[in-house]
Design a protein around this ligand. Structure first.
Ligand code: SF4
Length: 320
């Protein structure tokens, strides 16, 4: 366990502890179950050390494990970014040539991840692929990889056929903004992280895109995610929010594989208020001084154990 010293650790922003930052992911996990938030952001601390206790090591491995869907989503987003941002001389001019580059990039990333996880590279480097379903013993690795390869064929071909893909191929490569994660901005002394998949300009508009493998379920959460990205872009690129559009490319439920959707602007003041309130609620669970965050300050959600627990990556350590 790391040592927590000092009065509210002297962080980048006065009065806010060093390990604290805010993101829509943190907000979603905390809102769903404060105990899951504790496991992810505090119990995992120090778990990289082979001499750390077992529970910290396990929480750490679970924190960095990717579900199959998370991995596929990341492959598609990275392959799309790599293909679209190829320099003019390397970039195919025709739609079919461009599609071929995208396929190759996606399956190259898939192959790299498969080799890495077969070799258990994640044991030395948590950023390497560790598939959650395998970690939880739900399915053997080779069987899962076989299933995922088939799914990736369908997902890439569906994406190539969607209108968005054709549209993007016509955007000049210089219009895409290089993204060097992590991307963040400051809000009331708190660092707020965002994770856009693609950002580019079209005329006087900045467009931000996120990719999802399933249709969004919760309109409010979807709008919040989009509007936090708009706040980030307004500050980073010094633009008026009305010149920024943030949408998602998501696998639709009506048989069409990918669909572009824009949630529209939420009142940005409301977005700021949600960030402040959410961050204050999380910070209130932390100790005042010289103590590690305590599990008891992060209760299990009120209906636990239930269906949410069954799908939760921490179920084994939570109910052992
Ligand atoms: S298993 Fe249930 S109670 Fe435990 S962290 Fe997960 S969602 Fe929360």
């Amino acid at each position: 366990m790391v040592s927590w010293q000092g009065d509210r650790w002297p962080g980048k922003f006065p009065g806010v502890p060093v390990p604290f930052s805010w993101s829509c992911l943190r907000h979603a996990i905390f809102s769903s179950c404060p105990r899951a938030y504790y496991h992810r952001y505090y119990a995992a601390d120090g778990g990289w050390d082979k001499f750390a206790d077992n529970s910290a090591q396990k929480a750490y491995a679970l924190k960095y494990a990717s579900s199959a869907d998370e991995w596929l989503r990341e492959i598609l987003a990275t392959a799309l970014r790599q293909t679209l941002m190829l320099q003019r001389s390397e970039r195919e001019k025709s739609l079919s040539g461009f599609a071929q580059q995208f396929r190759q990039a996606a399956f190259h990333l898939f192959g790299q991840g498969a080799v890495s996880t077969r070799n258990h590279e994640w044991k030395k480097d948590p950023k390497k692929l560790n598939l959650l379903e395998v970690q939880k013993g739900e399915i053997p690795l080779e069987k899962l990889l076989e299933n995922l390869r088939d799914r990736l064929v369908g997902l890439t071909e569906g994406l190539i056929l969607c209108e968005f893909f054709e549209h993007c191929c016509k955007v000049p490569y210089l219009a895409f903004k290089p993204l060097k994660p992590p991307n963040s901005f400051e809000h009331e002394g708190i660092e707020v992280w965002v994770a856009p998949d693609l950002v580019w300009t079209e005329g006087d508009t900045l467009r931000i895109l996120q990719i999802q493998l399933a249709p969004h379920q919760d309109d409010e959460a979807w709008r919040l995610g989009s509007n936090v990205c708009i706040l980030w872009a307004a500050e980073t690129f010094k633009l008026l929010p009305e010149h920024i559009f943030c949408g998602t490319l998501e696998a639709a439920s009506d048989g069409k594989l990918w669909e572009e959707a824009y949630p529209g602007h939420m009142e940005l003041e409301k977005t700021r208020r949600i960030i402040s309130t959410s961050a204050a609620t999380m910070l209130a669970c932390l100790p005042q001084k010289n103590e590690a965050p305590s599990e008891k300050n992060f209760p299990k959600h009120s209906n636990a154990p239930d269906e949410i627990c069954k799908a939760c990556r921490y179920v084994d350590i939570c109910w052992q």
